[in-house]
Design a protein around this ligand. Structure first.
Ligand code: FAQ
Length: 334
């Protein structure tokens, strides 16, 4: 991989008169990616590659921190000290994931401040899944089992993403998500095997979270505008539909072990395909949630903006502390 120097410039910014050099850099970049070499922050990369990574990583980071809200809703009402401690640890982990991902995105020349501004102004997205409410304690289990389960299915392949800092951040994130998935499964199993009312609560949560979890993988392949290029650049390794199918195939036997059903009468094993068939997803609902019309979009973003405003004093104190101790006056990122 070619490191960025004043001659090569950054991100496709090869100065006029150097068209040959530009073509060579791009050819070297394409060859290195095809050979499974990792792209590192100081390597030359096409501007579109950089922008595509910032878009996906920012959306991923935003999802982690907004994703703290639905479960945090239950911390004060967890049914036991053990459940409360587990839930607090999980929600803290999600904040940590956001931090790794914002830091990884910063290596592409963007700042956390800038990304948070774009989240707060609605210019960047976060996952559709976090716009649904957590109505009962069983939702904490359903989120762990289904939402974290879908997240792992999607994110394990990103550990092999061509961009080094993103791939490395994903290794630790996936290990933690795996713990999250198991705690959700264990929580749902306890409810499923509990009283009739507890079983019904678990079933109701699974009924509400199943379809939105399938939507997490993004639109069907023929409507996925970014997939082809992201796969060519080895940012994504599998298409949205491939990963969605993988998730369904994993979830079906797990639901059986839990003693719960999935709210889709069309799920059945297809011997010929070697996969489970499943029913049609309501894509109108997905696009509507992305437009801001989900049950909790407004609540989530308002809460996020409020938390940011209320944290201003912490950022100011950290900046003052850094000035005092480094003497450089360097601003601390928000
Ligand atoms: N929600 O062309 P594609 C988690 C947008 S983390 C909202 O297929 P792409 C952990 C997409 O951005 C969950 N928007 O896009 C946790 C694009 O719009 P744009 C987040 C969506 O990037 C658990 C447009 O639709 N995970 O859960 C969604 O190739 C529990 C066209 O789509 C990641 O971000 C959606 N579901 O594929 C935390 C993983 N799907 O940007 C707390 C990394 C699509 O042009 C508690 N990201 N869109 O305006 C990815 O793998 C990909 O970005 C996809 C989308 C698969 C999400």
């Amino acid at each position: 991989m070619v490191a960025v120097t004043p001659e090569t410039g950054t991100s496709g910014g090869v100065d006029g008169g150097s068209a040959d050099l530009g073509a060579q850099l791009r050819a070297d970049f394409d060859a290195a990616v095809a050979a499974e070499e990792r792209v590192e922050p100081r390597d030359w990369m096409p501007e579109e590659y950089r922008a595509s990574l910032v878009r996906q990583m920012a959306q991923h980071a935003h999802s982690e921190i907004i994703g703290m809200q639905p479960e945090a809703n239950w911390i004060t009402r967890a049914p036991s000290l053990r459940r409360k401690a587990i839930l607090m640890a999980k929600v803290q982990d999600e904040a940590g994931h956001g931090l790794y991902l914002y830091s990884a995105a910063e290596t592409l020349g963007t700042s956390r401040d800038e990304l948070l501004d774009k989240l707060h102004s609605g210019k960047q997205k976060y996952s559709s899944i976090f716009n649904y409410p957590t109505l009962t304690w069983a939702d904490v289990g359903a989120i762990g089992w289904l939402v974290d389960g879908a997240a792992i299915t999607n994110q394990v392949p990103i550990c092999r993403c061509s961009y080094g800092p993103y791939a490395r951040a994903m290794v630790r994130i996936c290990k933690e998500e795996s713990f999250h998935q198991r705690q959700g499964y264990e929580l749902l199993l306890a409810l499923s095997q509990g009283t009739e009312a507890q079983h019904a609560m678990a079933q109701d949560a699974v009924n509400r979270w199943w379809w939105p979890s399938l939507m997490m993988f993004g639109p069907p392949d023929d409507e996925s505008v970014h997939s082809a290029q992201a796969m060519a650049w080895r940012i994504k390794r599998h298409s949205n539909d491939e990963l969605r199918q993988r998730f369904v195939d994993i979830a079906v036997p797990q639901a059986e072990s839990l003693g719960l059903t999935l709210p889709d009468p069309d799920i059945r094993w297809n011997e010929e395909r070697g996969h489970h068939d499943f029913g049609a997803i309501d894509w109108a609902e997905f696009w509507d949630v992305l437009k801001g019309n989900g049950p909790c979009n407004e609540q989530r973003i308002n809460q996020r903006r409020k938390a940011h405003e209320e944290g201003a004093w912490v950022r100011e104190a950290a900046t003052a502390y850094a000035r005092k101790h480094t003497g450089t006056g360097r601003e601390v990122q928000a």
